[in-house]
Design a protein around this ligand. Structure first.
Ligand code: FMN
Length: 311
């Protein structure tokens, strides 16, 4: 998520919550998708543009995500990412921001299946990395998705992640599970579901509807649900956390987040603003009463440091 799940966040989550504590168990999240990186003109990509993706900055397995519509610049990016050791690259056809969509990028490309086809026709055979794609149901209408699927089905994609809203909805309304079911039946590539999985109940309802049968969902991508409740992936994997565990892990998490944002070179005041963003999103039993109303009043990084020490 752009401006949210960059490497200091991902690393803090991985360090505190990422490992399954049960014997012989592995990770609690298979992979993170990076916030989108925009394409740049030319033959070279500055390392500062892809700092978030440099392997030395990352503890988790990450799939880089790219936003743009120029096949040649995409290929330069894919080559750069392959040289860094990545194994696939995700193409963003979901971003709903009006200023991005207006330039036929992100979900703004969904009403133009011919452009998507021309892009994939050039990129897929030439890319050193296989592609995955993230889509919405359309930009203006959820019917746009059908022509898009016809195009996507012509290419060997690693997976297609589907967020069943349209671009002009931004994040309003409900994810459309009925239309998602139709998409799932039609798609050839493995399908990842994305949208509004923010509780055990929601996940259970989703799995009971889409987790079995001929057309079942391969994996689920969770965005805001993990930001609000960093314990959610563990609980979805069957872990339970005692109140004491929750207190200890949450304190470690916010301390690690703070340390990571300071260490990545953000000015302390900017790092503090970023912490306030997370605190404004946290929801759940792990959250001490009135903590956010206190944090949001803090203007001084030292005062936040003090708050964390007494936490
Ligand atoms: C602040 C913000 C930034 C986002 N940035 C990205 C992004 O860079 N790439 C992307 O594919 N989706 C991005 N998204 C969309 C999410 O990945 C996801 O599709 C959407 O939030 C719905 O899933 P959720 O209900 O699990 O959050 C962003 C969403 C938000 C709210």
């Amino acid at each position: 998520m752009d401006g949210v799940t960059d490497h200091p966040y991902r690393n803090a989550w991985a360090e505190v919550f990422g490992k399954d504590p049960r014997p012989h168990a592995g990770r609690l999240m298979h992979q993170a998708v990076s916030p989108f990186v925009s394409l740049v003109r030319g033959e070279r990509i500055k390392r500062s543009h892809i700092a978030d993706l440099l392997p030395q900055n990352n503890l988790m397995d990450v799939e880089p995500q790219v936003l743009g519509n120029d096949a040649d610049f995409f290929l330069v990016m894919a080559k750069t990412l392959a040289d860094l050791g990545y194994r696939s690259v995700n193409w963003n056809l979901g971003c709903p921001k009006p200023q991005i969509a207006a330039k036929q990028r992100g979900s703004g490309l969904l009403p133009h299946p011919d452009r998507i086809d021309a892009f994939l026709n050039r990129v897929v055979p030439a890319s050193p990395l296989p592609l995955s794609v993230k889509i919405r149901l359309g930009y203006r209408s959820p019917d746009e998705v059908f022509k898009v699927i016809e195009v996507l089905n012509r290419y060997p994609l690693v997976y297609v992640a589907v967020h069943p809203r349209i671009g002009t909805q931004l994040y309003g309304g409900e994810a459309d599970w009925d239309r998602f079911g139709e998409v799932l039946r039609l798609l050839y590539a493995p399908c990842t579901y994305n949208g509004d999985i923010n509780s055990m109940q929601k996940a259970q309802a989703f799995v009971s509807r889409f987790g079995n049968g001929e057309h079942k969902v391969n994996s689920v991508m969770i965005g805001r649900g993990v930001i609000a409740d960093p314990f959610l992936p563990g609980r979805l994997a069957g872990l339970s956390y005692s109140p004491a565990d929750m207190q200890t892990l949450f304190a470690r998490f916010v301390q690690t987040l703070w340390r990571n944002y300071l260490a990545c070179g953000l000015r302390p005041l900017s790092a503090l603003h970023r912490q306030k963003l997370y605190w404004s999103q946290f929801r759940g039993a792990f959250l001490p009463p009135h903590a956010f109303s206190h944090v949001k009043t803090l203007q001084d990084p030292d005062a936040y440091e003090q708050f964390l020490q007494n936490f």
